[in-house]
Design a protein around this ligand. Structure first.
Ligand code: FE
Length: 210
């Protein structure tokens, strides 16, 4: 085993993007990966995936109780019914909000996130502030993010990992009663599926998943 050195310590402290770049360069040099393929994957998550996939899942669960049950029992299998891929390498667990319970998702260790459902995570999700504080003082963090929860609603915080990604199933807004599944998709926001938003409002004209 190699002895530790100051250089090692500094390497470990390097910003994630520096480490990722170094890792990518090494893999390319060794012919293990094609950089164009990596750029393609990043591009796909940055522009194509977005929160729309998650919004489709939520809207289906609002109109189809049997699907909702399957989604809560085995999220990975249920989203595949909708033709959504990209979750094979991880397990998706869906937590449903109720009148009594509010769920919120984080990754205390790094920034694990249901990419295949929500696209790229927002910057605050990856911040040290959010990761370290939401588990200790969730109500306060939620309040700072604009969500004031009454005391009688219990808050549950779910810590994601590389193997396990969480998605919050928000409650169907009463104002959206009677709407068709396709219309409901527009009501679902990314932040509600992370759990930092709770009461969904009618989307602005022409609004898609936000
Ligand atoms: Fe992580």
């Amino acid at each position: 085993m190699a002895a530790l050195s100051r250089d090692d310590a500094e390497d470990h402290a390097a910003a994630p993007e520096v480490r990722v770049e170094a890792l990518e360069r090494l893999l390319v040099e060794r012919g293990l990966i094609d950089p164009r393929r990596i750029d393609g994957i990043v591009e796909r998550y940055a522009t194509d995936v977005g929160p729309l996939a998650g919004a489709r899942v939520v809207a289906r669960a609002w109109v189809d109780e049997a699907f909702r049950d399957r989604l809560l029992a085995d999220g990975t299998a249920a989203v595949q019914e909708l033709g959504l891929d990209g979750v094979q390498m991880e397990r998706l667990v869906v937590k449903a909000n109720s009148d009594e319970v509010h769920h919120v998702v984080c990754c205390t260790l790094c920034s694990c996130y249901p990419w295949a459902m929500l696209g790229l995570p927002p910057a605050w999700y990856k911040s040290f502030e959010y990761r370290s504080r939401v588990v200790r003082e969730p109500r306060r963090v939620l309040r700072e993010l604009g969500l004031e929860l009454p005391d009688e609603i219990e808050v549950r915080v779910w810590d994601s990992t590389a193997e396990l990604r969480y998605l919050v199933l928000p409650q169907r807004p009463t104002a959206a009663a009677g709407l068709a599944e396709e219309e409901l998709v527009g009501w679902v926001t990314r932040d509600a599926m992370i759990g930092v938003e709770r009461d969904l409002r009618e989307p602005a004209e022409g609004g898609g998943a936000r």
